[in-house]
Design a protein around this ligand. Structure first.
Ligand code: PLP
Length: 230
């Protein structure tokens, strides 16, 4: 059986040590526990161990869980279809995966209807992979500029899923590129809250490298919860 409490402790320890080793304040990195395809009981176990921030990828699955669980905060980290904007805007505190104007427009409208300001990140396809979501790097500045028009969206940073590599050192350059892009966008005033920004990057296999390169949100699933259900 997966010992979620123990895994959580070890992951938090690694986050802490990586921060200290790279001269960062551990309070600037948050763990998003990726609970997609994990049962409610697993989420409850993490909550019993003191964790409250979870990431989900699929709208319907997330909705069913969120209705059954009190006291957690939820981030959406999957691909959002524009026709799901209403549900996503209602259920989540932060959407990591805004990658096109049409989706931003739909989220802004729904957030407005809910009287809510929605925190969003712009997903960048840093590896320029054909099959992946995310705006291409050369189109990112235009999208960020367009997002300023939306009063109900608070654009706080960037997110990426780099190409898969078995050696985490091989993804370092993608994380670094994302940080350099974010520095540039911050200097141009693209983010709400100009003092800081969020960088959502790093998963089970590469989160330490991501933290060394500036991640503020690490999205960790399998090394916390064990293998996902099919
Ligand atoms: C599933 C998923 C994760 C978690 O991946 P693990 O390798 O299980 O840690 C992180 N980010 C996104 C966008 C995901 O879809």
């Amino acid at each position: 059986m997966t010992n979620i409490k123990e895994n959580l402790y070890h992951i938090q320890e690694k986050i802490h040590r990586t921060c200290l080793r790279s001269g960062r304040d551990p309070d600037t990195v948050r763990l998003v526990a990726v609970s997609k395809k994990q049962p409610v009981e697993a989420i409850m176990e993490a909550m019993a161990a003191g964790h409250t921030l979870f990431g989900e990828n699929y709208v319907q699955e997330a909705q069913e869980k969120i209705e059954r669980i009190d006291g957690a905060r939820w981030h959406f980290i999957g691909h959002v279809q524009s026709n799901k904007a209403k549900t996503v805007a209602a259920l989540f505190d932060c959407i990591h995966t805004v990658d096109r104007l049409k989706l931003a427009k739909a989220l802004d409208k729904q957030a407005g209807a809910l009287g809510k300001v929605l925190t969003v990140l712009v997903q960048i396809n840093v590896g320029e992979e054909r099959q992946k979501s995310g705006v291409l790097p050369e189109k990112a500045e235009q999208l960020l500029t367009e997002l300023r028009a939306f009063a109900n969206l608070r654009v706080r940073g960037l997110m990426t899923m780099p190409p898969y590599k078995s050696d985490p050192e091989e993804v370092r350059s993608y994380f670094r590129t994302l940080r350099e892009m974010a520095d540039n966008f911050r200097d141009k005033g693209c983010f709400a809250g100009p003092e800081s920004y969020e960088l959502s990057m790093g998963m089970s296999g590469d989160f330490e490298v991501a933290i060394e390169e500036g991640a503020t949100l690490v999205r960790i699933g399998t090394s916390l919860f064990g293998p996902r259900l099919a």
